[in-house]
Design a protein around this ligand. Structure first.
Ligand code: SF4
Length: 346
């Protein structure tokens, strides 16, 4: 259901001040009104074009402004994408996200992108792309090809934004979100905790997202991965309780959106992840490398889900039977060679 309440940054900021357990309790109650607390949506992420990005996002290994030692790759072949998507589906993912390190896609890129969407959808997976800024006509082409979600993060507050990115404006990002929405594609947009921002910036970012004409259906909350060579590699570590608080406040402000534990999950122990789920996170990236950064592997995820009695969320289209899926998951869990299968980033 569409969220109608409008938030001020002050109201959001006050939520961050609620005592930890009370905040978690409040978030968990809201979470249960909108979702099954034992279900998690699982997405897989494939880098379809890696590195040499002209943007200067200070956290990013793929920016051409920094020497991060990243091995770059041009737009990969459609066949490679299909093979990776098949394996992702076998591992239990229901959504396949394809990310390209571009300022924006060129017109010549549109046809292969549309083909990728069609082929991945034909496998019975939801599709998501993150390609940088897109205009209306590009959004409409992606929508026609069947794209379900488009990811475009706001990253941080409007106020702190220019400390992190100078090559595109906050308004550029909002315009892309509007183009996505107008094309009828679901919006995936969130931010990063640990950029050096203050709590009030987190409150401002979440207000911005919650006050969009329609809040994003999917909200990735990332913990900064400190990449050698980037300007913010020496940032102070984020306190995990502050991260969990951010998840809880996101859940309270956007009750019916999926909240994804994204980058940085490999730095969290099981207990931190469990508290994130309790605070309202209900989506993860699974077993691959998150674009260019290593993610927790599937074995660990499967064990944690088992300990917490968490089940994967299923999708209706062309779904494999539960028995088949359980069998496939067991196979994947016992085959460590499969763990890196959709790491196209290195
Ligand atoms: S975050 Fe995206 S836009 Fe920014 S430098 Fe990295 S790949 Fe480019």
């Amino acid at each position: 259901m569409e969220q109608l309440k409008k938030w001020t940054t002050e109201q959001a900021n006050k939520l961050f001040l609620i005592p930890f357990f009370e905040l978690l309790f409040k978030a968990q109650k809201i979470h249960r009104q909108h979702f099954d607390p034992q279900r998690i949506q699982v997405s897989a992420l494939l880098s379809i074009k890696t590195g040499l990005c002209p943007e200067d996002c200070k956290y990013c290994a793929q920016s051409s402004h920094y020497k991060t030692g990243l091995k770059t790759k041009k737009l990969i072949e459609v066949n490679h994408v299909i093979e990776s998507a098949k394996k992702a589906k076998l591992s239990g993912a229901t959504r396949f996200c394809m990310g390209a390190a571009w300022r924006n896609p060129k017109e010549r890129d549109m046809l292969p992108l549309e083909t990728m969407i069609k082929e991945v959808k034909a496998l019975g997976l939801e599709t998501c792309m993150t390609l940088g800024m897109i205009n209306r006509s590009q959004a409409s082409k992606l929508a026609k090809a069947g794209l379900d979600y488009y990811n475009h993060n706001l990253d941080t507050s409007k106020e702190y934004y220019d400390k992190i990115i100078t090559t595109r404006t906050y308004q550029d990002r909002l315009d892309t979100l509007e183009n996505i929405r107008e094309a009828g594609i679901k919006v995936c947009s969130g931010g990063i905790v640990g950029l050096g921002e203050k709590v009030v910036d987190r409150a401002s970012l979440l207000s911005q997202l919650a006050n969009l004409p329609k809040p994003p259906e999917s909200i990735p909350i990332n913990m900064l991965i400190k990449i050698k060579g980037t300007p913010i590699v020496d940032n102070e570590d984020i306190d995990h309780f502050d991260f969990i608080r951010t998840i809880a406040v996101t859940r309270i402000m956007m009750p019916s959106s999926y909240i994804r534990l994204s980058a940085g999950r490999e730095y969290m122990n099981e207990q931190t992840q469990a508290l994130c789920f309790m605070a309202g996170a209900n989506s993860v990236f699974y077993g691959c490398k998150l674009l260019t950064s290593s993610n927790t592997n599937e074995n660990k995820d499967l064990l944690l889900f088992k300990k917490l009695d968490i089940k994967h969320e299923c999708i209706d289209i062309d779904e494999v039977s539960d028995n088949q899926k359980n069998f496939d998951l067991t196979q994947v869990a016992s085959n460590t060679e499969d763990l890196q299968f959709y790491n196209a980033a290195d």
